[in-house]
Each structure stands twice: as structure tokens, then as C-alpha cells.
Design a protein around this ligand. Structure first.
Ligand code: GMT
Length: 376
């Protein structure tokens, strides 16, 4: 089967998941065509002979205050589908991919080349952006025009049904992790550099948007550090980075934190990590937490969105209410202060991650592809 994957190429979870899916499908012999405005980050890490990358170019013109990406994307879809005879288009993140696909399909119908499309809802396309009345009519229409709809957690499925008039079933296919790449490896030399006196290592990975509540990470670390010698690694970049760096300086803990920026070798960092912190205001799944767990790292998170579906309270880590920094700090210390306790949580985190191994999840997508193509 020839599959077109449309996604954001950035470090965000939906782009990462889409890229991991494309790589897994290519390993299974599918021909995969990525259609996006840049090469997806994780695609550049290795060469896959049956993966093709089609760059969407958006020409500018002085009249355009906002260059029309959606128009360029729909045209790229038409060209890639026509030239490569794709069987199916899989869109990751509804906005604007689903409406662009609808438009492309109207064009393709004229030449008898019409193909089905599947939309995977990832989170903020529903919970934050999609709900906005500015976008909602187009989002609702284009999701309903999809030949199949998937959501990455039960919670996101329910949230979508609550917020939009959806006329089709929503299949839940959770995020997955490739344990061949995400597993604990011996990086003691690296640990020695980051925590020379045997301090505990706490890690946060995100795009530093407001929804991630990155300030809470700093405050949790501040509380933990007062009781347990520790270091914090902050991975990623985004709008809140400057603010959290300032907060760290104000609290006098800046020198115990490394702001490492965007990193590609996340599993190496996770290999030296004792605790992962994800205090998001909302999180439809929390792929970064799953990748941490696959490296045997327990998780302190909020109980928002789909997080309780992966982080099991008291087993793989702990869940707290959004903003309850005191509770998250106390829970972090419960895990970190005792060697046996920590080993126990690490083992449980790894066992939980194995339930989301890519070999269990990819067949769910394959079955849906087959069903949609056969029914079309
Ligand atoms: O929140 C992010 O980091 C980016 C965002 C995206 O859409 O790229 O991630 C969403 O999709 C991921 C993959 O399905 C999920 O694991 C994240 O939980 C989800 N983010 C939110 O819901 C805030």
C-alpha cells in the first residue's frame, strides 16, 4: 500500500508520532510519502529507502499578510497523489490538514483519482485550537468528511464527542514507542558529567508552551532540591523558555538546571534520568512521558486529559491536580528519596511502557487502513 502522511514536521508530539508511524510502516514494506513544509525531525536521523519526503513550498507575495499554507498543502496533496498513485492519505492533527485534504479530494474527483483520508486527532487540535469558534465550523466539517477518525486516547475521543457534532465513530489508537530505540543504555560517563556528586536527575521535555506549565517544573524542582540533592535537565524550547529561565534565577537554582534546548537523542538523556516531570494543564496522551517510561523512568504528572491512561497513580509514578505543585513535589520526593522505592517505580514504568510498544499498535493502524481502502 502507498500511504501519504501529512503532519507538522516539528518536535511536537503529533509530528513525532506521525514520523514514528511512517518509519514503522516503511519497515513493514509500505511506501510512505511525507507531505509537509520541512523534513520531519526524526526522519533525518536515519535513511529509509521506501520513505519519500515532499516539501510543501509556500510562495510569499507582498499582498499576503498570511501566506496561504492550506492552499499550497492542498495543491501538494493533489500533485503527490497523482504522481505517485497513493492509496490513502493519513492526516495527523486536524488543522489545517483535514480541510486541505477535503479540498484536494474535490480536485482529484474531477480526474477520477479520488482516494480516502483518515484524520488522527492529537490533542490541541481539539482541546485548545479546534474548539475556538474561529476554527470550529471548518474543523467539524472536515473531521466529518474523513473516511475514518482516530484519537490518541479515550479521553481525547470523549472530549471530541463533547465539543463537536461528530457523525462517525472515533477509533482510539494510542501513541506508541519504539523500544528498540527507547530503552535504558549505559550512559554513566554522561551521568557523571551532569550529576558529579551522585545527585538525582530530573527531566522535563516539551515545546515550552503555556499549556505545559513549565514554571511548575521549576517550582517542583526547587522544593525537591531543598530535601534531596538533584539536578534538572530542561529539554526543548518555546515561548515560555525565557520566563522559566528568569524564574530559575529568581529562585537561585539556575546553576542546578541545564536548559539543553531541542535535542534529538532523547533516549540517551532519559537513560540517566531518575524522574520525568509533566505538569501539563491538558495532555491528550503524553508521548514524552511514554518515551521516558520506556527508558525505565517514573513520571510525576497531572491527572489531566489522557495522562491517567498511561501513568498509573502509585505504580508508574503519581498523578496530581493541575497546578498542585506541593503535591507533585511531595510525590517526587516519595520516589526519589529511597533507592528501593525508586527501583520499584522504574520497573513498573518500563512494564507499563511495554503495553504501548509499536509492534502492538501499528497493526491497529494497518487494520484501519485496509478497512478504509476496501470500503472506498
Ligand atoms: O503538546 C505537544 O507537545 C504537541 C502536541 C502536538 O499536537 O503536536 O502533542 C499532542 O499530540 C501528542 C501525540 O499524539 C500527544 O502525546 C500529546 O499529549 C498532545 N499534546 C496535548 O494534548 C497538549
Amino acid at each position: 500500500m502507498k500511504i501519504g502522511i501529512v503532519c507538522y514536521p516539528t518536535f511536537g508530539g503529533s509530528g513525532v508520532l506521525a514520523t514514528e508511524l511512517g518509519m514503522a510502516l516503511s519497515d513493514k514494506g509500505y511506501e510512505v510519502h511525507f507531505i509537509t513544509y520541512e523534513q520531519p525531525v526524526r526522519l533525518s536521523q536515519s535513511f529509509h529507502p521506501n520513505i519519500y519526503f515532499h516539501e510543501v513550498k509556500v510562495p510569499t507575495y507582498p499582498l499576503f499578510a498570511f501566506p496561504p499554507y492550506e492552499t499550497a498543502l492542498a495543491s501538494a496533496m493533489v500533485n503527490v497523489i497523482t504522481n505517485n498513485k497513493l492509496d490513502l492519505l493519513h492526516l495527523h492533527y486536524a488543522i489545517p490538514h483535514a480541510s486541505a485534504a477535503f479540498f484536494a479530494r474535490q480536485i482529484l474527483k474531477k480526474s477520477g483519482l479520488d482516494i480516502p483520508f483518515i484524520t488522527t486527532l492529537h490533542g490541541t487540535d481539539i482541546t485548545l485550537v479546534g474548539k475556538d469558534p474561529t476554527y470550529a465550523p471548518v474543523v467539524t466539517f472536515s473531521i466529518n468528511e474523513s473516511d475514518a477518525i482516530t484519537a490518541v486516547s479515550d479521553n481525547l475521543r470523549e472530549e471530541t464527542l463533547r465539543s463537536f457534532a461528530i457523525e462517525k465513530p472515533i477509533h482510539v489508537i494510542p501513541n506508541f514507542v519504539d523500544v528498540k530505540r527507547f530503552h535504558q543504555t549505559d550512559k554513566n560517563h554522561f551521568k557523571q558529567m551532569m550529576a558529579p556528586d551522585g545527585e538525582r536527575i530530573l527531566v522535563h521535555v516539551s515545546n515550552f508552551r503555556a499549556v505545559k506549565r513549565v514554571q511548575d517544573v521549576i517550582r517542583i524542582f526547587d522544593n525537591v532540591k531543598k530535601e534531596i540533592p538533584s539536578k534538572l535537565l530542561m529539554i526543548g524550547d518555546g515561548p515560555e523558555r525565557q520566563n522559566v529561565e528568569e524564574l530559575a534565577k529568581e529562585l537561585g537554582i539556575f546553576n542546578d538546571i541545564r536548559f539543553l534546548g531541542k535535542q534529538e537523542q532523547i533516549s540517551e538523556i532519559l537513560s540517566i534520568t531518575d524522574l520525568f516531570i509533566l505538569p501539563s494543564a491538558t495532555e491528550s496522551f503524553g508521548l514524552s512521558a511514554l518515551e521516558a517510561m520506556a527508558c525505565g523512568v517514573p513520571v510525576i504528572s497531572t491527572n489531566s486529559g489522557g495522562l491517567p491512561e498511561i501513568n498509573i497513580h502509585g505504580v508508574t509514578g503519581y498523578l496530581s491536580n493541575v497546578g498542585d505543585v506541593a503535591d507533585m513535589s511531595a510525590n517526587a520526593m516519595l520516589i526519589l528519596k529511597d533507592e528501593d522505592q525508586m527501583a520499584h517505580f522504574k520497573k513498573a514504568a518500563l512494564a507499563q511502557a511495554k503495553k504501548f510498544e509499536r509492534q502492538h499498535i501499528i497493526p491497529l493502524y494497518e487494520a484501519l487502513y485496509r478497512e478504509v481502502v476496501d470500503a472506498y
